[in-house]
Design a protein around this ligand. Structure first.
Ligand SMILES: Nc1ncnc2c1ncn2[C@@H]1O[C@H](COP(=O)(O)OP(=O)(O)OP(=O)(O)O)[C@@H](O)[C@H]1O
Length: 240
């Protein structure tokens, strides 16, 4: 199958400190990829690089054949924690902003998503939203676009476990079959059933990229595989 997302030699430094080192990753269209790694491993930085918002990222990132940052922004749906908006901005204003900036933003789909997530009050200000409410808003905004690649960075941290299960069980239905979904989460077991592949980051490097099916065929759970690799280190670089 055609690769929807391809990273070649992606590196990122901040204040001369290496955050990502030579990341190579190919993801076929339709794949749901779990991006795993402990705190500070570089998952957010990698997502920001793919989305074209990490300034100074080196290497080549191709999304559906496009390598330019502007073109990529049109193909990748990623919501940067809403940090760019003032605390006084209302939910309704941000929805309007999304609709005006992204031609692929589908307001009906946004409404369906936000209803499903029980996040309906558009009069609230960003600064008034709880962590979980903000996350529901980010998920709704992100998935309401028609994109080739969706990036969800630890989307469920503040969301209660019942709702988390509900979202995880239905996440796939909100993306087109050919779209890629990259999701990072600390609750590996919870999202495991959703994943087609996992990519593991440790010490600035991609130490593994493997199909979930293959991990299970080898008698491992995704969580065991992840923890085993993390403990063992980058010795066996088991890339696809
Ligand atoms: N604004 C920043 N200034 C300086 N260093 C940063 C900044 N943002 C991230 N870093 C550093 O980059 C590294 C990777 O951070 P990143 O947020 O990408 O990791 P992560 O895997 O998403 O972590 P977490 O699971 O805790 O969210 C960390 O060592 C972090 O300290």
């Amino acid at each position: 199958m055609e690769n929807a997302l391809s990273l070649k030699g992606v590196s990122y430094k901040r204040n001369r400190r290496v955050i990502l080192a030579n990341i190579n990753l190919d993801v076929a269209q339709g794949t749901t990829l779990g991006l795993l790694g402990e705190n500070g491993a570089g998952k957010t930085t990698l997502m920001r690089s793919i989305a074209g918002v990490a300034k100074g990222a080196k290497g080549t990132i191709t999304v559906k054949g496009q390598t330019g940052t502007i073109e990529r922004k049109g193909l990748v749906s990623y919501t940067d924690n809403l940090d760019g908006f003032s605390r006084g901005a209302k939910v309704a204003d941000i929805i309007e902003f999304y609709a005006s900036v992204y031609p692929d933003f589908d307001q009906d789909k946004y409404r369906e998503l936000s209803d499903f997530l029980d996040f309906g009050d558009t009069t609230k200000k960003i600064g008034e939203l709880s962590k979980g409410m903000k996350e529901k808003f980010v998920i709704s905004l992100t998935l309401a676009r028609k994109a080739a690649v969706y990036l969800l960075d630890e989307p469920f941290e503040g969301i209660d476990s019942m709702t988390r299960k509900k979202i995880i069980n239905s996440l796939i239905q909100w993306k087109a079959a050919e779209s890629v979904l990259v999701i990072s989460d600390h609750y590996v077991t919870e999202i495991a059933g959703l994943l087609d592949e996992v990519a593991i980051i440790k010490d600035e490097k991609l130490i593994a990229h493997e199909k979930a099916e293959k991990i299970r065929e080898n008698g491992n759970s995704i969580e065991d595989y992840y923890e085993g690799l993390y403990e063992k280190g980058a010795a066996d670089n088991d890339k696809l």
